[in-house]
Design a binder for this molecule. Structure first.
Ligand SMILES: [Zn+2]
Ligand SMILES: [Zn+2]
Ligand SMILES: [Zn+2]
Ligand SMILES: [Zn+2]
Length: 590
């Protein structure tokens, strides 16, 4: 079978379906996709709101209290709080509908979506952590999402087993860390990027097992280095105390200095660890995976998967949030068990599922929402095994004969994920805005919904520029202030315009001798996202030619000058970083 070039229904760009892809689509029995891989990834992200929280009433079953929710109060959903949703007080089959062969499937599914109770937000086993979402086992934490086992951790996203930390994006097993991106097993690291096993350090990029280092890049097993220069312990400590790190002005100055060092360091074309035959970035322990990003602890025979791992096998178009699952397609948040599921969001421990949301331990279900321990259901209606098996082929045929057509004439047959138009979220409420940011105009132009910022009624009491420069000058009085973010809502980052400092937060800044932030948490989050490479790949060549970087030794290609190696990398050619192939990188970074 040959590869085939198609035009994406959404962005109108060409994309290629490879022979191996046809095999996969055949195995999972779906039509070939009509959207390109990137548009498919965005479409999955559009049904996911991790960080934008609202207050709305929970009106189910005589309850009438306010809940914190990912659904704003103006949306037509039936939202239950955690306790009620997980209780036996209601039955999801009670909302069942008979499949109507005179209307498109997605139209019927949308109606079901608006009637079946939805979980206000996903925050299980939380202690004193009401504002965490897509979170399990949070303690004394605030505004952290996509997290597992966190304690006293605030304003962070995609963090596992983290304690006493703030402002992290993608981190595992960290403690006392601040402003770190893609760091793991770190202790007391401030302003770190792509670091493993480092302690007591500031401004690090691509360092491993380093301690007491400042402004360093590409280091392994070093102590007491400043801007990659070795110092004695005494000189190091003296220099560090002179830096006056509690001052916001000093941090800004040092951060600029570090930025220069960053662009002079070497960047490996991709971070792929302990893996075989992998194309992507930030992948570890994987085998035969293509175009995969942010995969930890395992993945095999996967393609187009983002944010997954733990024995994900034979999965196409997965994530965010896939693990211990096999033969599945177009899936978001699968929990840690399942097989043969497709077009799902938050479907755990289930098998043979097509088009489902928030279903658990269920099998042979199609077009269902909120089921637990059920079999043979279509649109939340119970059938016998025989009836189900007779109906399913007819439903699929009907979906192909009478596709759902959205306002931009995009057609959705069997094999397409949920159309953005029926998502409960606008583009800028969803994580699509995190990974593929658009302006309001561009989003509307592409047929996505957009939510205007809620009218904020904050009366700010202090401008960011008027904050004390040094943390040492800050008193508890600051807890009363409503601080105006430097961006004043004029950016495209979901700026909240104003923000407050919480007591736990102030203690953290004081303990680590860090100046107060000048930006609101949304603006800070977006700045961290900009530190990561995009979920895209470019074909490029190794830049190693003994001129872009002063190599310290002879490389294999020494006599020929420039290294001939080529690769797929998430560094586009417009970027300023010096990008090396694996061999050249390994020759220099030892
Ligand atoms: Zn496209
Ligand atoms: Zn802001
Ligand atoms: Zn090279
Ligand atoms: Zn080289």
């Amino acid at each position: 079978m040959n590869s085939e070039t198609k035009t994406c229904q959404n962005c109108k760009q060409n994309f290629v379906i490879e022979p191996e892809d046809f095999q996969f689509y055949e195995k999972i029995k779906v039509l070939q996709p009509t959207w390109c891989p990137e548009c498919r990834m965005i479409r999955r992200m559009i049904i996911r709101n991790e960080r934008v929280l609202y207050r709305r009433p929970c009106k189910g079953l005589g309850h009438n209290e306010e809940v914190i929710s990912i659904y704003s109060a103006d949306k037509p959903f039936n939202v239950y709080d955690q306790k009620l949703w997980w209780s036996d007080e209601w039955d999801s089959l009670q909302f069942g509908k008979t499949y109507d062969f005179s209307r498109p499937f997605f139209e019927q599914f949308k109606e079901l979506w608006e009637t079946v109770p939805l979980l206000a937000l996903s925050n299980s086993n939380a202690i004193n952590s009401d504002y965490c979402n897509v979170a399990d086992q949070s303690k004394d934490s605030y505004m952290t999402s996509g997290s597992f086992k966190i304690e006293n951790t605030h304003y962070s996203n995609r963090v596992y087993t983290v304690k006493d930390s703030m402002d992290l994006y993608v981190g595992f097993r960290n403690e006392l860390c601040y402003e770190c991106v893609h760091c793991s097993d770190c202790y007391r690291v401030v302003y770190g990027k792509q670091c493993i096993g480092c302690t007591d350090s500031y401004f690090l990029y691509d360092c491993r097992n380093c301690s007491n280092c400042f402004g360093c890049t590409n280091l392994r097993n070093k102590n007491h280095c400043i801007f990659n220069k070795q110092y004695t312990k005494e000189d190091y400590l003296k220099k560090i105390s002179e830096f006056n790190l509690g001052s916001a002005k000093q941090i800004e100055k040092l951060s600029k200095e570090f930025n220069n060092v960053y662009f002079k360091s070497i960047h490996k074309y991709a971070t792929i660890l302990k893996s075989v035959n992998v194309i992507g970035d930030n992948v570890s322990d994987a085998k035969n995976c293509k175009v995969c990003f942010d995969i930890t602890e395992g993945g095999e025979d996967c393609k187009y998967v983002h944010w997954g791992g733990l024995q994900t096998k034979d999965v196409y178009d997965g994530g965010p949030g896939v693990g211990i699952i096999d033969l599945s397609y177009e899936i978001v948040d699968t929990g840690l068990q399942g097989s043969n599921i497709a077009f799902t969001n938050v479907v755990y421990g289930s098998h043979n599922v097509r088009y489902a949301l928030f279903c658990h331990n269920s099998s042979n279900i199609f077009g269902c929402i909120g089921l637990r321990n059920k079999n043979y259901c279509i649109l939340n209606k119970q059938y016998s095994k025989e009836e189900y098996e007779e109906l399913i082929p007819r439903v699929i045929k009907h979906m192909n004969h009478m596709p759902y057509i959205d306002e931009r004439d995009r057609q959705y047959r069997y094999g397409e994920f949920f159309p953005p138009s029926i998502s409960p979220f606008c583009y800028n409420e969803s994580i699509a805005q995190d990974y593929f940011p658009l302006t309001r105009e561009k989003a509307l132009e592409r047929g996505y919904k957009w939510r205007e910022l809620d009218e904020r009624h904050y009366k700010t009491t202090k401008k960011a520029v008027d904050l004390p420069d040094n943390i040492k000058e800050v008193t508890d009085e600051i807890l009363k202030e409503i601080i105006e973010c430097v961006h004043k809502g004029e950016c495209n980052d979901g700026c909240t315009i104003a923000f407050k400092i919480m007591p736990a937060e102030l203690q953290f800044y004081q303990r680590l001798n860090l100046p107060l932030p000048r930006f609101c948490f949304n603006c800070r989050h977006v700045r961290r996202l900009q530190e990561r490479n995009p979920l895209k790949l470019w074909h490029r060549g190794c830049m190693c030619d003994y001129e872009v970087y002063p190599n310290t030794r002879r490389h294999k290609h020494h006599l020929d000058g420039r290294c001939p190696n080529e690769f797929e990398t998430s560094y586009s050619s417009e970027r300023k970083e010096i990008v090396y192939c694996e061999q050249c990188y390994n020759a220099e970074v030892v």
